[in-house]
Design a protein around this ligand. Structure first.
Ligand SMILES: [Zn+2]
Length: 142
């Protein structure tokens, strides 16, 4: 009987990941993304709430998705407001990957704000912070 695959130390993982994200002790723009939930059906993982996270990040869904798929080594598609992954993935591993994305592409490393956007100069992706004006170049793998 293998019913529940994951979601055991999920809260714990998320909290830990979140507390390490809040670099500046956060007065403004505390980073608190919406939760996703993953349910495994046969050989696929159905992820709810993915679009909410993308919206929260304020990033292109294709960009977030391609990062996620690369990191997980997964294949997947968006279907309506759900993300369908081929293979079995735990909610915590998906969540952790999204946090990794946020740390790289969303959160300003200088002030910790998520009030940022991405721009490209030549072939370099730059994270521009509208809160403090910092420009951080990202060695992009996506
Ligand atoms: Zn900043």
């Amino acid at each position: 009987m293998s019913k529940r695959v994951s979601d055991y130390s999920y809260e714990e993982l998320l909290n830990r990941a979140l507390s390490s994200v809040k670099v500046s002790g956060g007065d403004r723009g505390v980073f608190n993304p919406p939760r996703i939930s993953a349910s495994i059906m046969g050989g696929t993982t159905i992820v709810s709430g993915f679009m909410d996270v993308v919206e929260y990040f304020n990033r292109d869904v294709k960009h977030v998705l391609s990062f996620l798929l690369k990191e997980l080594g997964a294949a997947g598609t968006i279907s309506g407001d759900k993300l369908i992954l081929h293979g079995r993935y735990s909610g915590s591993s998906i969540e952790n990957t999204l946090l990794k994305y946020a740390k790289t592409y969303v959160i300003c490393p200088v002030c910790g704000s998520r009030d940022t956007y991405l721009t490209k100069e030549r072939r370099i992706t730059i994270l521009v912070c509208t809160a403090c004006g910092a420009r951080t170049s990202i060695s992009s793998r996506v």
